[in-house]
Design a protein around this ligand. Structure first.
Ligand SMILES: Cc1ncc(COP(=O)(O)O)c(C=O)c1O
Length: 375
């Protein structure tokens, strides 16, 4: 790199330091690598932070969403209401269990959450579940969705990939799934956690997580069990000790990391309003959030491709959250008739600016300035 070139402002960066390195070394020195005591400790700590009874660690949020659907008995012939404004994994999980995703539009450009009114309209006698996604770390109106699910007799699934550490996240859904992918608010490189209100569902998830087996490797290793039966179709969705060790350290940092993200998001809101008022920010400044991403909406008529290109030339990474799922080639083939005008408008205007706890004040100013003259 030429020394006169500006330093890259990256979209997201994990915050890892000596504590995570030490935790990983401890696992290696200890000699037990697969799911064991650290995974249990991580589950307990994650559940405690979110004030739920129990959590189950898995190897990704995608696996977690699959378990949420499979363990609540969703399958062929069932319909599941889903947003299209989400990462494709949310919808893929519905296909994994052989159910049919029913795409629902978002509420508005200012509140890009799955619309409860449209969800009502799209319910049929086959509707069995709804997946809500806490876009950007802002929680959907959970009491309203709980009432909707109860009234309709549906399973309420929270895709909480963007929202670890937010008050009440995962407490209203029948089940919920979190992600610890490398770009998330806390990371284990790859990983996830699931919650379930009903202990019977959680128990099914636990069995499904490990091939449907009735005992675990550690139990057998310790002589607590000598064999196992397989009682249900299972998968290998286990977390390992290395990831759990990283997760324990990250979890301790999470409140501080989320607070720093919130400070930066507030600063963005203020500076955007002052210098590029044509750019709007979804949700309200006062709304509680994990501030997972800095999503903004470009003014009408802005050429987003060009804006991204110009910002890239100024060494600033940007992204789009998300290309709508129903527009992907794979989904278009089966969902040609789907019409989601508000989602389409949002996704055409959305631009994601760099946001991570290590983003400096000067870098944030560079982003604002670059955005201003890229428009
Ligand atoms: C909204 C949403 N759902 C699900 C996932 C899938 O998470 P994972 O990568 O842990 O499988 C992600 C991750 O990118 C996501 O952002």
């Amino acid at each position: 790199m030429n020394s006169t070139e500006p330093k890259l402002v990256s979209l997201c960066n994990p915050v890892l330091d000596e504590a995570e390195k030490e935790a990983v070394l401890h696992v290696i020195d200890g000699g037990w690598l697969s799911m064991g005591e650290r995974v249990s400790a991580f589950e307990d700590a994650f559940a405690a932070l979110h004030e739920v009874d129990q959590a189950l660690a898995v190897d990704s949020c995608t696996a977690g969403l699959h378990l949420c659907l499979a363990a609540t008995g969703i399958g062929p012939g069932d319909e599941v209401l889903v947003p299209s404004l989400t990462f494709v994994a949310t919808v893929n999980a519905v296909l994994y269990v052989g159910a049919r995703p029913i795409f629902v539009d978002i509420q508005s450009l200012a509140t890009p959450h799955i619309s409860i009114e449209e969800a009502e309209d799209k319910c049929t006698s086959r509707t069995r579940a709804v997946i809500v996604m806490h876009y950007g770390g802002y929680l959907v109106d959970l009491p309203a969705w709980r009432a909707f699910a109860d009234r309709r007799g549906l399973v309420l699934i929270e895709d909480a990939a963007h929202a670890p550490g937010v008050r009440e996240v995962g407490q209203w859904g029948d089940v919920a799934a979190f992600s610890f992918f490398a770009n998330k608010n806390m990371t284990t490189a790859e990983g996830g956690v699931v919650f379930a209100r009903d202990p019977a569902v959680l128990s099914r998830m636990r069995t499904m997580r490990s091939h449907g087996m009735t005992t675990g490797t550690l139990e057998r290793h310790r002589g607590h069990a000598s064999s196992y039966d397989v009682t249900i179709l299972g998968y290998n969705y286990r977390m390992d000790e290395i990831r759990a060790a990283i997760g324990l350290v990250q979890l301790e940092k999470l409140p501080r990391l989320n607070a720093q993200r919130n400070r930066l998001a507030s600063r963005y809101r203020q500076r955007l309003a002052e210098t590029v008022p044509g750019v709007s920010v979804p949700f309200g400044a006062e709304q509680e959030t994990a501030a997972h991403i800095m999503a903004v909406l470009l003014p009408e008529g802005a050429d987003r491709e060009n804006v991204m290109k110009r910002m890239r030339m100024e060494a600033i990474q940007t992204s789009i959250h998300y290309p709508p799922v129903h527009r992907f080639d794979f989904y278009r083939r089966s969902f040609r008739e789907v019409s989601l005008p508000v989602t389409d408008r949002f996704c055409a205007k959305e631009l994601t600016l760099p946001l991570h706890p290590g983003l400096g004040e000067k870098e944030l100013e560079r982003v604002i300035t670059a955005l201003g003259h890229s428009l």
